[in-house]
Design a binder for this molecule. Structure first.
Ligand SMILES: Cc1cc2nc3c(=O)[nH]c(=O)nc-3n(C[C@H](O)[C@H](O)[C@H](O)COP(=O)(O)O)c2cc1C
Ligand code: SF4
Length: 689
């Protein structure tokens, strides 16, 4: 038997877990009608197959109707959930993993205009910044009703075959009672710590009556809100001891911080560029102060850190949650001593940011996650070996090469640059975003294993491609910044890429006109602001950088606000003129010699302002010349059957029987999108080639 601390079994009450690695609860927003149906089940089953010891499902499964599903949560207040839970637990158990579920009432952390449009409740009227609902102050009959709802839901989960339950107490109703900042109640449920904990213990008591003493119940809770006037560390330790002393709680899953605002949430669940395992020592302190099993997750993305977390005795079970969204087979790879093949989570937080915009959680560099029913995590070899030529070694091109390699094809990649990466090379210029390069490095390592050939510094033309005698050609050439969007003066502006790459030095008084609203605009702003220059980010949209999303915005704002950046929304740059007036000594009269004509789509603005540098960030324009050059010689004339692509069938379009090869293009070579879209294009096309 292995002596790897991570691979040691763990006894949790009567439940034997096969190792120490878990997925903590997370709602990927996959439920259909509030039920864990096919997509949900397939997602968890894949992780169970990959060896995880336990998967904690849901994330915030709603016990009451007035806990509306703000990110498409499971509705465990409905009896009809039980058979769906049973299908889920049976399928996960069959693969040898344990499965539990997190139950909650969101309190004020939701919206009243979801679900049944009931007013939200909380122990005070204080609004939560992130979700904006002004809560009703909870009444005695609400408390009685919700306690019963928790117990009913626990009973349903036990009937559905769950191995246990976790209660959520960070940012939700339970700890809204705990925190002096959100509890204005008098009487039995407000005031002293014991009173503020009364709701929790009433819930636990009622739940234990229904599910008995043997069923596993744990608590995921903040033991230090890190907020002035909030639940302090001393109180958090006291809460931990009281939970233990109650005898009703079987494990503690420790959180430090608060999640009522985007910055608070991002400190609890750090993203790329932020420190790894920031709360691990704190979890260790809680473990030392109690005798209960302690679990913890917060940016422990790699096996070495996870191993340290367990081996050092800071936790009993280590959560690698986003790490498993990126690679569901982590444990299997550890067991098979293939750790270096683990696809690393790069902390891009595309997964989590999407659910707060009403989307499904998708992983930036593993498009099979959440699409297990149609996109495999493991590629099966093709029956017929083909010659595949790929042009472009950005994320899309490399994914196409990797998948074609896994299919057993003979693959060659042409790249004009001297190294792979495409736009990710630019992204990772920023110190804070350099983890992104792992998207490229991992694919290059896979391509090496699969004997994919690379020809760098090569400008591929039709002849170069023809010499290879390909069966399939994939154009993944990406694009170039699209700055020519002004009525006049396009020649006077530069792109965000010019700044990020270092090709152009920042000016002193800079306007970034950003209607793409993606990372490039903010990344350029960071470079310019850090150089000491004055920066204004202007957008015609209602808010700036909408594609960056909530948690990704946090580190940008921390830098840009501290450097006094100006944010101007709903204004549009129409044109630019260069001031050519010259002083007697020959110098330009006006250092800020770019005159910007500024208006607004709303019609209320017509101004002229002066800057010394103007940047336009308007996405990219595809580099598609080669595609159009090859099109006439291809058998499909570049046509992609959407129906076959979506159904996962072989592409069979023939428009030119004389054509020698099939031709496809993917990613930004088609239209300006993002990294996930480029990789998804590649995977779902190539898995059937
Ligand atoms: C898509 C997504 C949804 C999440 N939803 C919840 C949730 O509902 N409840 C919860 O306690 N934690 C939730 N989390 C937080 C995770 O359990 C975990 O604490 C967090 O991702 C940090 O761990 P990691 O760095 O290993 O991913 C969610 C995380 C993700 C990625
Ligand atoms: S989107 Fe980013 S943070 Fe989320 S799982 Fe994928 S790599 Fe990790």
């Amino acid at each position: 038997m292995s002596n790897d601390p991570l691979l040691q079994p763990y006894q949790l009450k009567h439940l034997t877990l096969r190792n120490r690695i878990i997925m903590t609860s997370h709602e990927p927003a996959y439920p259909e009608d509030g039920m864990p149906k096919g997509r949900y089940r397939a997602y968890h089953v894949e992780r169970a197959k990959g060896g995880v010891a336990m998967t904690m499902t849901a994330g915030s499964a709603a016990v009451s109707k007035d806990s509306p599903p703000v990110f498409n949560n499971l509705l465990v207040y409905k009896d009809e959930v039980v058979p769906w839970i049973k299908d889920l637990t049976d399928a996960v158990h069959e693969e040898g993993a344990a499965i539990m579920i997190q139950l909650t009432h969101l309190g004020r952390r939701t919206r009243w205009d979801k679900g049944d449009w009931l007013p939200v409740v909380s122990p005070s009227h204080n609004r939560e910044a992130a979700h904006r609902a002004f809560p009703k102050k909870i009444e005695d009959w609400d408390i009685e009703r919700i306690i019963k709802d928790y117990a009913d839901a626990a009973e349903r989960m036990k009937a559905g075959g769950m191995d246990g339950i976790e209660l959520q107490a960070y940012g939700h109703l339970m700890d809204q009672f705990w925190s002096p900042l959100t509890n204005d109640l008098d009487g039995p449920y407000g005031g002293s710590l014991d009173n503020r904990l009364r709701f929790t213990f009433d819930v636990l008591t009622e739940m234990r009556k229904r599910v008995g003493p043997d069923f596993i119940i744990g608590m995921r809770y903040t033991a230090d809100e890190m907020l002035a006037g909030g639940l302090s560390k001393e109180e958090g330790l006291e809460v931990s001891r009281k939970l233990e002393a109650s005898g009703m709680v079987d494990f503690l899953n420790v959180i430090r911080g608060h999640i009522d605002s985007d910055p608070g949430l991002t400190d609890v669940i750090p993203i790329q560029g932020m420190a790894n395992n920031p709360h691990l020592d704190f979890a260790g302190e809680i473990r030392a102060a109690t005798n209960l099993p302690v679990f913890h997750a917060a940016k422990i993305p790699d096996v070495a850190t996870a191993r340290y977390a367990v081996d050092s005795g800071k936790v009993d079970l280590v959560g690698m949650t986003r790490a498993h969204m990126t690679d569901p087979h982590i444990v299997q790879k550890i067991i098979e001593k293939r750790e270096e093949e683990i696809r690393p989570c790069v902390g891009a937080n595309y997964c989590l940011d999407r659910i707060y915009q009403g989307g499904l959680a998708f992983c930036i560099h593993n498009p099979s996650t959440g699409r297990e029913e149609t996109l495999p995590h493991q590629i099966t070899p093709a029956e017929t070996k083909k010659k595949v030529v790929i042009v472009g070694a950005g994320p899309g091109g490399l994914e196409a090469a990797r998948v074609a390699g896994e299919r057993g094809h003979d693959v060659v990649v042409f790249e004009v640059a001297d190294k792979p990466g495409g736009q990710i090379l630019l992204t990772s210029q920023s110190e804070r975003r350099k983890e992104m390069i792992s998207i490229i490095d991992w694919r290059m390592a896979q391509c090496e294993r699969l004997n994919v050939r690379f020809k760098f510094n090569t400008w591929a033309e039709a002849d170069t491609i023809a010499e290879e005698k390909p069966d399939v050609v994939v154009i993944a050439t990406g694009g170039m910044p699209h700055t020519e969007v002004l009525a006049k003066g396009n020649e006077h502006v530069i792109s965000a890429w010019d700044i990020i790459s270092g090709d152009v030095k920042p000016g002193n008084n800079v306007l970034i006109f950003d209607d793409a609203g993606d990372h490039s605009g903010l990344q350029a702003a960071e470079v310019i602001a850090k150089s000491g220059a004055k920066v204004e980010i202007m957008t015609p949209d209602r808010s700036f950088a909408p594609e960056v999303m909530a948690m990704n915005l946090v580190p940008y704002m921390r830098t840009l606000q501290s450097l006094d950046t100006t944010f101007t929304v709903t204004y549009r740059l129409h044109a630019v003129e260069k001031d050519t007036s010259v002083a007697d000594d020959g110098s330009s009269c006006n250092k800020n010699n770019l005159k910007a004509f500024i208006g607004s789509d709303y019609g209320g603005v017509a101004e002229e302002r002066y800057y010394d540098q103007i940047i336009v960030n308007h996405g990219i324009i595809p580099l598609d010349d080669l595609y159009f050059e090859l099109k006439p010689d291809s058998s499909n004339q570049g046509e992609l059957s959407h129906e076959q692509l979506i159904k996962g069938e072989v592409q069979s379009v023939v428009r030119n029987p004389e054509g020698q090869f099939q031709l496809f293009r993917i990613g930004d070579a088609v239209s300006s999108r993002n990294t996930h879209a480029a990789i998804l294009d590649a995977l779902r096309l190539m898995k059937d080639i």
